[in-house]
Design a protein around this ligand. Structure first.
Ligand code: 4AD
Ligand code: MG
Length: 479
């Protein structure tokens, strides 16, 4: 049986024709003269109302029509008598595909807490909030591919299983087929990975960048968009153990080109969401307004969700160096009053409280910080002439902190090898990476955008676990 998605039905003029819609019951309401069923099929945030006359549907069928049940409803599409919807379906036939016992079905037509919904992540896509988030997530993913395709980039698939630690942070998940209870050992008692599946120690990737650079040094402009894994034990609202990262890498780009691309890229994909997800964003905007009302006046945010998104796409990001930012932070009120949890001085890695002070209090705009101390950044970043800083850039967003991290890359073989020695990475291990500096090296740059942090920003949600269908975090891998 063919059917019309509600999203199309509400857009086009099918009034007067007989239609079949299929979806899940959101609510059922009975009056003296009629039964009203609100159906949603996930194609849009909007429900369609189906109406039957009292006594029209057999009692056994009516009993099965409860919140969560799945139905096919056939009838004439007519202009609605009631307020709240333009059209509705005058039921001629109902087929119950699957009932949902109201005593057991956990989603009832009331507001559930996000914490509770995380425990039923298998069902939460059936709520308004999560279906809106998932549709926006889809639109953003599509916009990412569209942006790069429109701008001459090639989609490069980098490996998920790797033998290298690109970020040098050592927070990796091991991939092995060895028996965990009795792994083969070498003579000096260590696990003998030469007997493992790949004949060496392997992990899930923390970044596709190193392979991305190989692609850029052949194809010019590439981007990756894939799953990324970090075994950091951070139970925050900004970290996942499994997330999706987008990593463009461009030959002949220097730091400034990299910043220009990053800014244009995020603005373009946010604009795409505003244009293509108007209903869902309006719903989330409203949801956030309701939530804000429960907060104290001084904790309420100045801008609504839609206003905030408009603000970001219509204002230039502030650009300054790490050194300038440290100056601002050291002289800030919270620093002087000892209100920062972590102290700031030149050389420290900025904590999210510092990043958020800069973005939310000082500049009130997205910020791009550049030229960080070399000691707190990865080995591959291009060294500045001062010998102290590297050509790094972090893009900081309100409510999020770091959304993008990137840099111009060190393209000089000797300098790169020297830096690797300093941080304890054997250049031989990354011989293939260094070959790009040996043969036809060139200036190049790139960055990584955490996809979920982008979705977090665009949806206005507060916890990163609520913007990925099935979150992976410490002690969390149920679904
Ligand atoms: O700053 P990061 O670690 O940079 C890299 O991995 C570089 N190789 C990128 C590049 O230059 N090609 O990570 C990049 C971004 C962060 O800014 C953040 O948005 C996101 O990835 N990210 C995470 N998102 C969710 N959960 C985590 N645990 C994340 N770790 C990083
Ligand atoms: Mg970073």
């Amino acid at each position: 049986m063919s059917y019309l998605p509600i999203q199309q039905l509400l857009k086009t003029t099918h009034v007067g024709t007989t239609v079949t819609i299929k979806g899940w019951v959101r609510t059922k309401r009975e009056s003296k003269n009629a039964v009203f069923i609100a159906l949603n099929d996930g194609s849009t945030i909007n429900n369609i109302q189906a109406v039957a006359e009292a006594g029209q549907l057999p009692e056994e069928t009516l009993k099965l029509i409860t919140t969560g049940a799945c139905l096919a409803v056939t009838g004439q599409l007519v202009e609605s008598q009631g307020a709240g919807q333009a059209v509705e379906v005058k039921i001629t036939d109902v087929l119950v595909y699957g009932s949902a016992d109201p005593d057991k079905y956990p989603l009832q037509p009331k507001r559930h807490s996000l914490e509770f919904l995380r425990e039923i992540a298998h069902l939460r896509p059936r709520t308004n909030t999560f279906s809106a988030i998932l549709r926006i997530r889809h639109a953003l993913a599509f916009a990412v591919h569209k942006y790069f395709n429109d701008n001459g980039f090639f989609y490069l698939n980098t490996p998920i299983i790797t033998a290298s630690d690109a970020e040098g942070a050592g927070e990796m998940f091991r991939v092995t087929t060895l028996d965990a209870t009795k792994p083969p050992l070498t003579e000096d008692g260590k696990v003998d990975y030469s007997q493992d599946f790949f004949g060496r120690e392997t992990n899930l990737t923390v970044s596709g960048q190193l392979e991305g650079e190989l692609g850029a040094m052949a194809l010019g402009k590439i981007y990756t968009f894939g799953p990324t894994f970090r075994a950091e034990n951070s139970n925050t609202t900004r970290h996942l153990a499994e997330f999706w990262m987008i990593e463009p890498e461009m030959a002949f780009y220097e730091l400034e080109d990299n910043m220009n691309l990053a800014e244009d890229f995020v603005k373009t994909v946010i604009r795409y969401a505003l244009q293509h997800c108007a209903d869902d964003l309006a719903f989330l905007d409203n949801r956030l307004k309701e939530e804000e009302k429960t907060k104290k006046k001084e904790e309420q945010s100045e801008l609504g969700l839609l206003e905030k998104l408009q603000f970001v796409i219509s204002n230039e990001f502030v650009r300054l160096t790490y050194t300038e930012a440290i100056d601002i932070l050291v002289n800030s009120k919270p620093a002087k009053k000892g209100q920062f949890q972590y102290e700031v001085s030149w050389g420290v890695d900025l904590q999210s409280e510092h990043e958020r002070y800069l973005v939310e209090k000082h500049f009130k705009k997205p910020v791009i910080l550049t030229n960080y101390p070399r000691e707190i950044k990865a080995f591959y970043m291009k060294q500045d002439a001062d010998g102290k800083t590297v050509r790094a850039m972090d893009v900081l967003f309100p409510g999020i902190g770091e959304i993008i991290g990137g840099s111009q890359r060190e393209d000089n073989l000797e300098k790169l090898e020297a830096r690797m020695h300093e941080v304890g990475i054997e250049p031989e291990v990354l011989w293939w990476y260094l070959d790009t500096r040996r043969f036809g090296s060139a200036p190049h740059a790139g960055f990584g955008l955490g996809f979920e942090r982008l979705v977090l920003f665009v949806t206005g949600m507060g916890n990163i676990r609520d913007v990925i269908p099935f979150p992976r975090a410490p002690k969390t891998a149920e679904f």
